[in-house]
Design a protein around this ligand. Structure first.
Ligand code: PIT
Length: 230
């Protein structure tokens, strides 16, 4: 539907010609595209305006684009440009060719410690960069870590990411009512990403996540129990 102009010709947006679908998300798909003259490959996330409005996701989309625009790091997918049209928003990003870390782990069963360490190094470097810029990703998982042609990690999908406002660490309110993380932490939220890094590392080394259950409530219970025992 969206990939063809109607006459069978591949759709051109800006200076890029769209080709195959790389992935499908909640309100749009990510397509491969090539620069019409140089052939330079990019990944284009197509966000349909009508769907964004219908799902009341305007703020979320704005936030994601804004966050990705501030990030320039070797292990975070680069955002090149945003092409705004009356019907769609095209987010033009760096293209990486080697798929998800998820599929890589599945194909290998589990990774050798040296290889897990190689990924761990890159992941913590990307997470540290985000946190330094007050950004929490909040959805780190091997599906959101892509591999480039050289096998290096690229973080994607900042759809749940958030900029933690400065001064959240200010001790305000009535002492009796302060949550532990407000008292203990210099602002809360960043810890959630480090938790994910732990799960990810476990998954790289064993091929499975540590807390598995078909029932979400049972899964949460397992997570909470482990917190209490460690
Ligand atoms: C690539 C290659 C590929 C998929 C993607 C990029 C997807 C990127 C992406 C980025 C986001 C997002 C969803 C998908 O929310 O196979 O270079 O920020």
């Amino acid at each position: 539907l969206a990939e063809n102009a109607g006459d069978g010709e591949p759709r051109v947006i800006g200076t890029y010609r769209l080709s195959k679908t790389l992935g499908i998300g909640a309100f749009g798909r990510v397509k491969l595209a090539e620069h019409v003259t140089t052939g330079h490959k990019v990944a284009v996330k197509i966000l349909n305006r009508a769907k964004i409005v219908a799902l009341d996701m305007s703020e979320k989309v704005k936030r994601e684009i804004n966050i990705l625009q501030r990030c320039t790091h070797p292990h975070i997918i680069r955002l090149y440009e945003v092409i705004d049209t009356p019907t769609d928003i095209f987010v033009v990003m760096e293209y990486v060719s080697n798929g998800e870390l998820f599929d890589y782990i599945v194909s290998k069963g589990r990774l050798a410690p040296d290889e897990a360490r190689h990924f761990f190094h890159q992941i913590i470097s990307g997470v540290e960069y985000c946190h330094y810029h007050h950004i929490v990703h909040r959805d780190l998982k091997p599906e959101n870590l892509l591999l480039d042609a050289q096998g290096y990690i690229k973080m994607i999908d900042f759809g749940f990411a958030k900029v933690l406002r400065e001064k959240t660490w200010t001790l305000c309110g009535t002492p009796e009512y302060l949550a532990p993380e407000i008292i203990l932490n210099k602002g809360h939220g960043f810890g959630a990403d480090w938790w994910c890094v732990g799960i990810l590392t476990y998954e790289c080394l064993t091929g499975t996540t540590p807390f598995v259950s078909n029932d979400p409530m049972e899964g949460y219970r397992k997570i909470i129990r482990s917190e209490e025992h460690t």
